[in-house]
Design a protein around this ligand. Sequence first.
Ligand SMILES: Cc1cc2nc3c(=O)[nH]c(=O)nc-3n(C[C@H](O)[C@H](O)[C@H](O)COP(=O)(O)OP(=O)(O)OC[C@H]3O[C@@H](n4cnc5c(N)ncnc54)[C@H](O)[C@@H]3O)c2cc1C
Ligand code: FES
Length: 277
Amino acid sequence: MFEIIRKEEMAEGTIVQFDISAPKIAAKVLPGQFIILRLHEKGERIPLTVADADPINGIITLIIQVVGKTTAQMKALNEGEFIKDIVGPLGKQAHCEKKNGIVIIVAGGTGIAISHHVAKGMKKTGNYVIGIIGARTKDMLILEDEMRALCDELIITTDDGSYGEKGFVTMPLERILNDRDDVAEAYAIGPIVMMRNVLKVTNPKGVHTMVSLNPVMIDGTGMCGGCRITVGGEMKFACVDGPDFDGSKVDFDELLNRNSRYLKEEKDSLLFSVKKV
Ligand SMILES: Cc1cc2nc3c(=O)[nH]c(=O)nc-3n(C[C@H](O)[C@H](O)[C@H](O)COP(=O)(O)OP(=O)(O)OC[C@H]3O[C@@H](n4cnc5c(N)ncnc54)[C@H](O)[C@@H]3O)c2cc1C
Ligand code: FES
């Protein structure tokens, strides 16, 4: 059992941060890695990235976007309550070694939560980091202060122009790539369509681009095949081979297709759980 030490609602309650007591995971987890949790005995297993870790106090931070049944049930939990199981850390760590040039981290929506740990890792190894974080609107933007503290430069975009630059994260990215030739790597984390659009900007410039993928995962250990993706024409399992991959090699169409396969069941499951309450 894992105790919720702190809970904070962000983005009008659609995104929620949990600090959870998990000393063994906090001691081992590295940027880019994730956990799989089960809220209760009959709960489904869902993967969540560890957004931050405090090994001294044995705390991990998870940031969830409420999108369906399990994330809605998790939002209803409060400080002092417990999560039944948390397995991890899982997956490979992000490649945060010192690069031969600047690093641009491009993150959208809850992807900002995932990018936070990676930005921390990139800074720790001495990289110059430019962060570009985007949200639909000002109220949906998360972790601005935390990202500002980590990045050497931070650019904010909102789709509706309510804060920062109006438009998508790809606009400032394109501008930076046009202006400077010392970009070693881009790291894109967010909705699949956003990551694919980042590649459309970085590929023509020959900028190596890592993406953090989020296929449906069940066991998280390479056994079930649920997270199968195609990278460079080869079959990979995102849970053990990733979740980070060279974006230029990822078959995004297949990923989009596989991720939307259970939409009806997910909708029914949410409706059923609401009716039961
Ligand atoms: C490696 C990884 C890291 C992730 N990190 C985060 C994070 O830090 N914060 C966050 O909010 N979300 C994260 N996600 C997505 C998160 O797992 C889903 O939002 C969650 O499973 C939704 O469950 P639900 O029951 O609330 O919604 P559902 O209604 O069941 O599903 C809504 C959508 O969530 C996705 N999803 C559903 N079940 C799974 C599953 N078992 N595995 C993966 N995706 C699923 C699908 O795209 C689905 O369409 C991550 C996913 C992966 C693969
Ligand atoms: S989640 Fe089962 S193989 Fe990756």
